[in-house]
Design a protein around this ligand. Structure first.
Ligand code: ATP
Ligand code: MG
Length: 500
């Protein structure tokens, strides 16, 4: 007897339909799974055997073959347990095999037959809509699946319930999408930061144009504090972006209680993070920190402390917004359009240039420390600012700074102005040619820029970086043209050349 159903395999967050065929033929008792299955799927035999046993069924004493097609695609994950078990039940004629055809299933089996949560339910459910198929998933993930809008979702808690459902003995209610908690996700507000007007201005520019930023300053100057407040002045995610970000979190197994990710992600991995943890991939391909930060902020604190290889691996995604990682015999890509905010001390001890403190190994200490960040990486960071230690006099003030809501209003207005130019990407994402078309430099501004480029020996990329930044600064002033004052402000946000 042959029975067929479907499940999915993931390539990044892209979903590929996998057909599961189970055939029982006469012969020596055996249970074989073929079709490039990983170890988790091979082990699913034991879980399926135990789950059937728990509901009083035993495996037929015949030759059982499970085929996962297409055979040349690597299949990974425990979500194949459920479709394998159900197709087997079809082949055993416990369930009518015809009822399993137009269905995508996923779920991990417990030894007691319980169906446990798995990762990737949201993108799989979205794919089931496109393929006009029923979607069967773990009961606790029904709410997550329901966001896809599929009208035929069956959330099941255990194997017995599913058998009863197919036999028409039990109804299973359509899952309700979980109500989104409207709790404001960012409790950190810019108003907590006293002084540091320069750094706050740079943060606002970063928010408007989507620019990457590096802050250099001594310990305790407020760098981490500034970075953690960036999400509070970024525009909310659009509906399209919410789905995009939530799919990535679903594949990573991080969606909680069926709720979508509705706020901009903020990821701050520790500097000991490995390259696979940062960019994704590894033995069990999962999105890395940069993909979890998609459409949000990736904060790298103590930048030079990260492994060089890990930092260099950020170069490609910073440019393209996509990360492609090599696996044993394939590639997997994840979206990774994130805004990089980084912080570092000026030297290892951190006190170079601080009044009243000395760095005993200056200037070598700073040179060695700062050289850990490669030129090409620095080139991709439009905004590079110094965050000085505040005087106790400023810190002692009771007066609070401007709050995030006020700044956000300005950011939204400036982004509006940006879009009115007919440009649907942020200034930070404009490449050289697009810049030529949209920047609109006034004649004097162009002269100022060329003079500065000669004086500071700006590279081609550095030159474009200045135009990009000044375009954002001009947008904030609602100016169609980039004027000399916008160029001069942009020139102030270039650290290394200025030092030299
Ligand atoms: N401008 C400021 N306004 C209010 N509090 C501040 C300010 N700057 C620093 N602080 C206080 O100092 C603490 C340390 O700041 P923060 O952690 O941001 O420093 P940092 O620059 O990241 O230091 P490190 O280099 O050691 O990581 C904050 O938690 C806050 O209490
Ligand atoms: Mg810090």
């Amino acid at each position: 007897m042959l029975a067929t159903t479907n499940s999915v395999a993931f390539n990044g967050i892209d979903v590929l339909r996998i057909t599961i065929e189970v055939q029982i033929t006469s012969g020596m008792p055996s249970f074989t799974i073929v079709g490039l299955a990983d170890k988790a799927i091979a082990e699913s035999r034991e879980r399926v055997r135990a789950a059937l046993h728990s509901i009083g069924l035993s495996l037929p004493g015949n030759h059982i073959t499970v085929n996962l097609a297409p055979a040349d695609v690597i299949k990974e994950g425990t979500h194949f347990d459920l479709p394998i078990a159900v197709a087997l039940l079809g082949a055993m004629e416990v369930i009518e095999a015809d009822k399993l055809l137009n269905t995508i299933m996923m779920g991990e089996l417990g030894l007691d037959g319980a169906i446990r949560p798995v990762s990737g339910v949201l993108p799989a459910s979205v794919a089931s809509v496109a393929q006009q198929m029923r979607f069967v998933c773990p009961a606790v993930q029904g709410a997550e699946a329901a966001w896809s809008g599929n009208k035929d979702i069956v959330p099941v808690k255990d194997l017995l319930q599913l058998i009863n459902y197919y036999k028409g003995m039990e109804e299973i209610a359509y899952p309700e999408p979980a109500p989104q908690s409207d709790k404001f996700a960012y409790t950190l507000d810019l108003r907590d930061i006293k002084g540091q007007e320069n750094a706050k201005r740079a943060l606002e520019i970063a928010a408007v144009g989507g620019h990457n930023m590096l802050m250099i300053g001594p310990p305790g100057s407020g760098k981490s504090m500034l970075a953690s407040r960036l999400p509070s002045i970024l525009p909310p995610l659009t509906t399209q972006e919410i789905l995009e970000v939530s799919k990535i979190h679903s594949v990573a197994g991080l969606l909680k209680d069926g709720q979508l990710v509705t706020h901009r992600p903020y990821r701050a991995p520790h500097h000991s993070a490995s390259t696979p943890a940062m960019v994704g991939g590894g033995l069990k391909a999962k999105p890395g920190e940069i993909s979890l930060a998609h459409r949000g902020v990736l904060f790298l604190d103590e930048l030079p402390e990260f492994a060089r290889q890990t930092l260099e691996s950020l170069r490609q995604p910073l440019e393209t917004g996509i990360v492609s990682v090599a696996r044993a015999n394939s590639h997997v890509s994840y979206p990774a359009r994130f805004q990089l905010i980084s912080a570092m001390n000026p030297c290892r001890c951190g006190y170079l240039g601080v009044a009243g403190k000395t760095c005993s190994r200056a200037p070598r200490c700073a040179e060695e420390y700062q050289s850990k960040i490669s030129g090409p990486l620095l080139d991709r960071i439009d905004l590079q600012i110094e965050v000085p230690l505040l005087s106790p006099w400023v810190l002692g003030q009771i007066k609070e700074g401007e709050d995030s809501a006020t700044v956000l209003k300005r950011v939204l207005a400036a982004r509006n102005f940006q879009q009115k130019r007919g440009q649907n990407i942020l200034n930070a994402e404009l490449d050289g040619t697009q810049l030529e078309q949209t920047a609109n430099l006034s004649d004097t501004a162009r002269k100022v820029l060329i003079q500065a480029a000669e004086k500071f020996q700006l590279s081609g990329r550095g030159f474009h970086r200045m135009i990009r930044l000044s375009r954002t600064i001009a947008d904030m002033a609602f100016s169609d043209e980039i004027l000399p004052e916008h160029i001069s402000e942009a020139l102030a946000y270039r650290l290394p050349e200025r030092k030299s």
